[in-house]
Design a protein around this ligand. Sequence first.
Ligand code: ADP
Ligand code: MG
Length: 250
Amino acid sequence: MIITIANQKGGVGKTTTAINLAAAFALKGLATLLVDLDPQANATMSFVDNHELAASMYDVMVGQTPLEEILVPTHLEKLQLAPAKISLAKLEAALVGELDAHFRLKDRLSPVADRFEAVIVDTPPTLGLLTVNAMVAATHLLIPIQSSYFALEGTDDLLETVDKIKARANPDLQILGAVITLYDKRTVLARDIHEQIAKVFGDKLFRTVISRSVRLEESPAYRASIFEHAPESSGATEYYALCEEVMARV
Ligand code: ADP
Ligand code: MG
């Protein structure tokens, strides 16, 4: 399974979800690959110092570097990382006029995909070429939705893009589900928002809700997932529960 984490809004918990879901899969014993397709490289920097890396996803997407040559290990035995650098921001310009521009990730992943039981792809906060590549390559899409007043703003555009990709490039793409992030159960507003999101996504909304938590926010600074940084925290419990829900659905 190849799970793309996408939402064109920034700061909704995509990267936090990608990191911790990938870590949860690895801790469950699945050979897992985390692909960082965001030029901001936050997922990469949560595990390694990307300044020390020679090659990254840009080289894979634009040139002849095989994906397996850029893979780096993480502190988790079962988790490997395909790192990004800021150079990925140049990809769109580099691929102008290339007929296969939207299929690059799918093509580059296919020789290695068999080696992994779970592949998680983190994406930038746009519906541009990188996110489209991630959707074309994916078997499943997971949408983090921030618990906020404007939570559902932009959802139509996102779902329209998914429909286009299903129609033209990847008929097998399934919406795995939406997960509410940055939830604060103390507020009435948050409960209202939860209801609204549930109305839109129905049974696609995961039962697990990811609460707002300082531990989740700080774990990247320790180059750790929540499971090493704060294994007893709500964030660890919730991301583990999300992983189990995901596994039950695929
Ligand atoms: P995105 O990848 O969608 O831009 P991030 O995962 O980077 O979003 O999250 C945006 C910011 O919010 C980051 O600083 C991150 O550490 C923080 N954050 C994400 N999820 C939580 C959470 N559940 N509780 C507290 N902070 C969070
Ligand atoms: Mg991000």
